[in-house]
Design a protein around this ligand. Structure first.
Ligand code: FE2
Ligand code: FE2
Length: 458
């Protein structure tokens, strides 16, 4: 997967989301359009091509005959958009201008109902002066276009009544959080029951297919309303909570609480939330108010649980009582909120963000362990040993040169179980021949993990 293409799709999709919240020409929207043009030019010069074709087949993004796994999560808005326009994809020419991207985004936002036909959509674009972006027709025989091998990725396992692939679950989680944040920013109510039912799918997927699930957890995003952050915090919390033996009811509550814990951020003015420079004291306290604001919002919903309210309110409170907001002396710390606090900090440290480097889990653990009094020590210990320094879903390289995906933490934190996906020469191993190795059982030293691979990072 080309990281530049990856980034372009993320930026395009993010722009559609931004445009639905801000007016055309808003600095946020404009900056994103500029970014898209930059991404496009740099990608096209690398590919030595005059135009870029991003297709949609069966609701998924494709490029060059391959489904794009990661970007299809991020690119959901883009897929929805092309549906509205009745097209099978977009062709972006090398001379595409910011104005043309803006018109495209206006179309995505202004036409709430599908346009009558592809011809009509094409005519609308031309009428608005867009000449470097073309709407592609639908494929009549998509299977001929996409390699059958790649299709396997999408079908998941039969899971009776549950969403079939972890990708769909991840997408549903993403949607539910994005909608909750969008609704809060517009003073509308949140679909708490929807969040709860998605949590059920999350729990099922975490148990049956958690390696795949956690692979998506590592997918980078720069989402405006920390949507990706909330999804990842929730997934981590459910995964670790399940290992700690929490019952289903608690896990569902925990998953929902994780999805909604930062919902109060939607009430913070975006100039402060996304201010690039240093914040003054007043701005800091405004940002910190997201915790109590989130709790107030959830309290207004009768379907929300006490735990969810407590999580929104207390996820920045330290084990020693520091952090914010100041807890009253009689407050009792919930184990579940303490776990969410750990997941929240771990996610923030290991996430890809434009303003900071991505830390390895090991570096994040070491910062967290050194911050005495921040976390419940027993819980932090359990968290570290459940994830290990190479958490499930991560790609790693072994000392003999082979590569694989961590499927489960092992008996020691640096010796996980790894499914070998590439041999010593870097050649991909067919899915049905991939072996899972317990690195703790290796005594030769040739199967130590030597590197954590961030392949998908743009
Ligand atoms: Fe927060
Ligand atoms: Fe958070």
């Amino acid at each position: 997967m080309n990281p530049k293409l990856n980034k372009l799709i993320i930026d395009l999709s993010r722009s559609i989301g931004l445009r639905s919240l801000y007016f055309s020409g808003h600095p946020f929207v404009r900056d994103n359009c500029l970014q898209i043009i930059d991404d496009l030019r740099s990608l096209l010069s690398e590919l030595e091509s005059e135009s870029l074709f991003i297709g949609i087949v069966e609701g998924k993004l494709i490029h060059d005959g391959h489904y794009l796994v990661g970007p299809s999560i991020m690119g959901k808005q883009l897929v929805e958009f092309t549906k509205k326009l009745h097209c099978g994809g977009l062709v972006l020419g090398k001379d595409t201008t910011i104005k043309e991207i803006e018109v495209l985004l206006d179309l995505a936002t202004e036409w709430k109902i599908p346009i009558g036909s592809l011809q009509e959509a094409r005519a609308l674009l031309k009428l608005r002066g867009v000449h470097n972006i073309e709407l592609a027709t639908h494929y009549t025989a998509p299977s001929a276009l996409v390699s059958q091998e790649d299709k396997v990725v999408w079908h998941g396992k039969d899971s009776g009544g549950h969403l079939h692939s972890p990708l769909l679950v991840y997408q549903a989680l993403f949607d539910v959080v994005a909608k909750a944040h969008g609704n809060v920013s517009l003073d509308r109510s949140i679909d708490i029951n929807g969040a709860q039912s998605v949590s059920e799918h999350l729990l099922y997927s975490t148990r049956s297919n958690f390696t795949d699930m956690l692979q998506f957890v590592h997918y980078p995003d720069y989402d405006v309303y920390t949507v990706g952050h909330s999804v990842r915090v929730s997934t981590l919390a459910v995964f670790v909570g399940d290992h700690l033996g929490l019952d289903d009811e608690q896990l569902l509550d925990l998953g929902t609480a994780g999805l909604l814990h930062d919902v109060g951020k939607s009430k913070i003015p975006s100039e402060i939330l996304f201010k690039p420079g240093r914040l003054n004291d007043e701005e800091f306290s405004t940002i910190r108010s997201h915790a109590s604001l989130g709790a107030e919002i959830l309290l207004e919903h009768k379907e929300s649980t006490r735990m969810q309210v407590a999580a929104a309110w207390g996820h920045h409170i330290r084990y020693d009582g520091g952090g914010y907001p100041a807890p009253p002396p009689w407050a009792v710390r919930s184990h579940l909120v303490a776990l969410l606090h750990i997941c929240d900090v771990f996610e923030a440290l290991t996430a890809v963000r434009p303003y900071k480097p991505q830390l390895t889990p090991l570096a994040a653990f070491s910062i967290m362990l050194q911050d005495k009094g921040a976390f419940d020590p027993a819980l932090l210990h359990a968290f570290v040993s459940t994830l290990g320094i190479y958490p499930p879903g991560n790609r790693v390289r072994l000392a003999d040169g082979s590569q694989g995906i961590v499927v489960v933490a092992g008996s020691s934190i640096d010796k996980p179980f790894v499914q070998i996906t590439r041999d010593k020469t870097g050649t991909a191993i067919p899915a049905n021949e991939q072996q899972v190795l317990d690195l703790a059982k290796d005594t030769s030293g040739t199967l130590e993990v030597t590197e954590l691979l961030f392949e998908e990072t743009p």
